[in-house]
Design a protein around this ligand. Structure first.
Ligand SMILES: Cc1cc2nc3c(=O)[nH]c(=O)nc-3n(C[C@H](O)[C@H](O)[C@H](O)COP(=O)(O)OP(=O)(O)OC[C@H]3O[C@@H](n4cnc5c(N)ncnc54)[C@H](O)[C@@H]3O)c2cc1C
Length: 404
């Protein structure tokens, strides 16, 4: 039987694979996406989309379905004993953006906060509408490549196996990327940082958001962790230790973090994350490209992983479409590695390391000095602008985009 053929096969249908299919479909590039799961993970991870990412999503018609953060929104964190207990310190995560948000030079978008499991279906539906062939419950089993393309064996839910022939393949198969492993591409960086276990739950805690704080560091002698909300009644508590807890212990920890036992709590799911900071040594091997976490993983603090992954997908879709239309030679596909790898090393990894250091500072004087520095940045328009351009990845897109 003749294999099915397509121009691009995308493996992985989470945020990065779905956005790759979406950007490719918008360019009219024949694309098949395979995702082994029937839908999104019940435990969402990412929630924050930078202004530049939202610009990209708006450009492919995802607009009214993604609400922008309110103009006056400022991400704030607090160190607390518990939501209902003592609040020790409340701080801004970034300087005030309001003044700059009006500037078109910064971005016409304000960014968005929408849980990963709600964003992924929006992206996949839009990609389908634009012509991408999205196949959930379908797994890549193995692949080979030659000078003309990639031959992939896939398995559908009914266990039927079949072959897809593609001119190019995008590995958006996550941090453990079996495709990256099969290609023998090594990773460089700090490697394993720590194991994080989390519990996702639903509880009526909206009253505790009224002070404008959305992220909470829980500091108790026998409980340390990070508590935040997906803004839809769901909350996640991430434990600072990597200890596995039974259901009763999870419930007890949630009660402790809330600081009261009289609320209805529904445990939805648990999570286990192996955090690391690694960048693949090559983002391309032959006709296969790595994008998103398969190419780079880092600590989620600051929320740059997903945003950078979506920027990978956009860059790759642009250049693949230009090659398909004979507007650029296939050799230009090497620009993807040349542009996106430095972006990760120069911007994402460095910013993430700085964020982590800032958050984990335990010395009171150093914490206070860090916050003073942030306030000074906010008060100085030039420094303030530079900070926002860097942390929202606009600098990286503009500087390295010019080299694309
Ligand atoms: C706790 C936490 C919070 C985070 N918060 C943020 C945030 O606020 N902002 C941000 O920017 N980033 C955040 N991140 C990082 C972000 O979640 C990741 O960068 C993002 O999910 C990476 O997406 P991806 O599509 O590259 O990989 P994944 O999301 O890992 O998806 C890979 C997909 O590939 C599929 N797959 C794998 N192998 C196969 C196969 N053989 N065949 C078919 N399908 C396959 C998997 O089923 C999976 O769906 C967070 C991460 C964590 C851990």
């Amino acid at each position: 039987m003749q294999p099915e053929s397509t121009f691009v096969l995308v493996v992985g249908g989470s945020l990065v694979g779905s956005s790759a299919a979406l950007f490719l479909a918008q360019h009219g590039v024949p694309t098949i996406l395979v995702e082994r799961h029937p839908g999104s993970s019940p435990h969402p991870r990412a929630i924050g989309y930078t202004p530049r990412t939202l610009e990209l999503l708006r450009s492919v018609g995802l607009d009214s379905s993604i609400p922008e953060v309110p103009r006056e929104f400022r991400l704030q964190r607090a160190r607390i004993e518990s939501l209902a207990g003592r609040w020790f310190e409340q701080t801004d995560w970034t300087p005030d953006k309001a003044a700059l948000l009006e500037e078109k030079e910064f971005s016409p978008s304000r960014g968005a906060a929408i849980a990963q499991d709600r964003m992924e279906p929006l992206m996949r539906d839009k990609a389908r509408e634009l012509g991408a062939d999205i196949r959930l419950d379908t797994e890549l089993v193995r692949f080979d490549q030659d000078a003309e393309g990639v031959t992939a064996l896939v398995r559908a839910r009914d266990a039927a196996q079949y072959t897809i022939r593609a001119a190019y393949m995008i590995a958006a198969d996550g941090g453990t990327s079996p495709i990256r492993e099969a290609l023998g591409i090594a990773q460089r960086g700090r490697g394993h940082i720590r194991t994080v276990r989390s519990v996702l739950f639903r509880a009526p805690l909206e009253a505790y958001l009224e002070r404008g704080v959305h992220q909470f560091e829980i500091v108790q002698p026998d409980l340390q962790g990070f508590l935040t909300t997906y803004g839809d009644g769901r909350w996640v508590l991430m434990f600072s230790d990597g200890r596995e807890r039974a259901r009763d212990a999870l419930r007890q920890a949630i009660v402790q973090a809330i600081g009261r036992a009289d609320l209805a709590i529904e445990i939805i799911a648990t999570g286990l994350w192996e955090l690391g900071a690694l960048v693949a040594e090559q983002f391309r091997k032959g006709r296969v490209f790595l994008a998103g976490d398969s190419a780079h993983v880092n600590n989620p603090i600051g929320g740059l992983g997903l945003n950078c992954g979506i920027h990978d997908a956009m860059h790759l879709a642009d250049v693949l479409a230009a090659v398909l239309r004979d507007e650029r030679p296939p050799g230009d596909l090497d620009r993807y590695d040349a542009v996106r790898r430095p972006t990760n090393i120069e911007y994402v990894q460095q910013q993430t390391i700085a964020n982590k250091k800032r958050l984990e500072e335990r010395d009171a004087a150093s914490r206070s000095a860090n916050f003073d520095a942030l306030r000074r940045t906010a008060a100085d328009p030039a420094a303030h602008r530079a900070f926002l351009m860097r942390t929202s990845l606009l600098d990286s897109v503009r500087k390295l985009g010019a080299a694309a």
